[in-house]
Each structure stands twice: as structure tokens, then as C-alpha cells.
Design a binder for this molecule. Sequence first.
Ligand code: NAP
Length: 266
Amino acid sequence: MSAATFPGVAGQAPGAAPLDGRVVLVAGAHGGLGQAASLACARAGARLVLLGRRIPKLNRLLDAIEREGGEAVLYPLDLEGAGPDDYAELARRIESGYGRLDGLMHCAAEFRGLTPLEHTDPAAFARAIHVGLTARWWLTQACLPLLRRGADASVVFVVDAADATSGAYWGGYGIAQSGLHAMVRMLHAELAGTAVRISGLQPGPMRTPLLARAYVEGDRAGACEPERYAGACVTLLSAAGAARRGQIWRPGPDVGGIALPMLAAQ
Ligand SMILES: NC(=O)c1ccc[n+]([C@@H]2O[C@H](COP(=O)([O-])OP(=O)(O)OC[C@H]3O[C@@H](n4cnc5c(N)ncnc54)[C@H](OP(=O)(O)O)[C@@H]3O)[C@@H](O)[C@H]2O)c1
């Protein structure tokens, strides 16, 4: 595992952007929604830690954020091979770099296509459950001590529809979704009295590589660009997300997004 060096603690930026002063970790940052959410969070004032497994894609995202005057560091990591020690190391680096963590957004998911369970490769089944469910929990667990330190922290699990993805052929990805819905409920109940808010975000169909592996082009006609859910991601990570604490939020596209200040052009 290689990782970028974190910059020193920066002072809070002036202004009233919804994520001003917050440090947000995005897992699956170079995916369709991950990318849109990361850009929106940077515009909303967050300092970002971008976790993904492909360094060139992470670098392109970093360039886009920095071009707009945003601030981010890269954390290359493959969730398939990472273990609890790797997540503990990530949390330690965030602590030493920033001294805080205010948001954790889970956008990574492993889905290779619709297949009958009976014909699913055993390793592919395990990979989908691991990346989609276990790795999300291991990462969350490692970050909780740091998240608990602030006055208001938010963990957002991006999920798919549990009813639809527990139907035929959704395999390990679908089973992981049912587990994620349970995880949001369980973790919310356990952390109800703390500063750490748990919520789920269930977007509608979005034109991303994941959707392309599930449906043929004609069936994707109603899907929208992931950018249309970026405002909802910012909302859940900001103080306004307190209203959605413990919920799986299913906004329509462009619904619930909060107005984002534009960053000065560089
Ligand atoms: N698209 C939809 O219609 C839709 C609908 C409802 C919910 N969702 C949810 O939205 C979230 C984002 O999905 P998306 O549509 O944006 O899909 P996506 O574009 O395929 O993004 C998924 C991301 O997860 C990353 N990933 C997969 N395995 C990984 C691993 N082992 N280590 C690190 N990263 C890994 C992928 O990396 P690579 O680029 O390297 O593969 C990719 O960046 C998911 O939670 C999904 O369940 C999507």
C-alpha cells in the first residue's frame, strides 16, 4: 500500500460554505458518484481525503479539485486486499495530518454483472460481500474514534434499493445491499447518543460504470448523471444532515441539494 503524505493542519477557511472546516474521507472517490460527491464537497469547503484504487484516476480528480481552488489528498488503497491494520493506519495518518475527521462517505461498490447465484464464481461472491459490506464496516470502525472527537460528524453509506437488489441475479452485491440497510439501522441505534450521525443515501439510477454492468443501454434511458445527487451528499455530510440522522434518504435527482458557493477560478 502506498499513500500520500498529509499536509499540516490548515486553519479554517473563512466564509459560510456548508462544509467549511470539515475534513471528509470519500471511499470510492474516483467512481461515478464518488467523483461527483468529492467535487461538490470541495466546492462546499471540505478538505478531502480521496480513497480509491486507481492512482491515475485519483490524480485526475485531484487536478480537477485543485483547479477550482479546493483542497484534497490522495489515499490509494484497494479495499479488496486491505485489512483492519491498513484502516487503522489510514485513521492514524488523518489524525496526524488534520487532527480531525468530520465526514466519511462510502461510495465504493463491487459489481461485475447480473449472474445466477448458482453460477457465481465463489471468489467473486466473496469479493462483492467484502468490498460492499465488510470493508465499509472495517473502515468505519477504524475511523470512529476520530469521528467521535468532534461536535458533529457524519457517516454516509451510499446504498442501492434493498428490495430490487435482493431479487434474482444480483448476487453478492445485492446481498451486501441488504446488509448495508441493516448496518445503517444498527449503527444508528448504537451511536444515537453520540456526535456521530449515521445515514444512508439511496440514489436513483445514475449513468455510471456500475449501472452499465446491470442494464443494457435501452434500459438505462431514465438514469441521470451522478452529479445530480452530489448536493444530497453535501447535505448529509453538513450540519443540515442532522435532519436525516438514522434514515436511508431517497431523494430524487436535484432534490435536497443545498446551494453551493462557487469557488474562485484559479
Ligand atoms: N449507479 C446507480 O444507478 C446506483 C443506484 C443506486 C445506488 N448506487 C450506489 O452508488 C454507489 C456508487 O456507485 P457508482 O454508481 O458511482 O458506481 P461506480 O462508478 O462503479 O463506482 C464504484 C467505485 O467503487 C470502486 N471500487 C470497487 N472495488 C474497489 C476496491 N476493491 N477498492 C477500492 N475501490 C473499489 C470502483 O473502482 P474502479 O473504478 O477501480 O472499479 C469505483 O470507483 C454504490 O454504493 C452503489 O451501490 C448506484
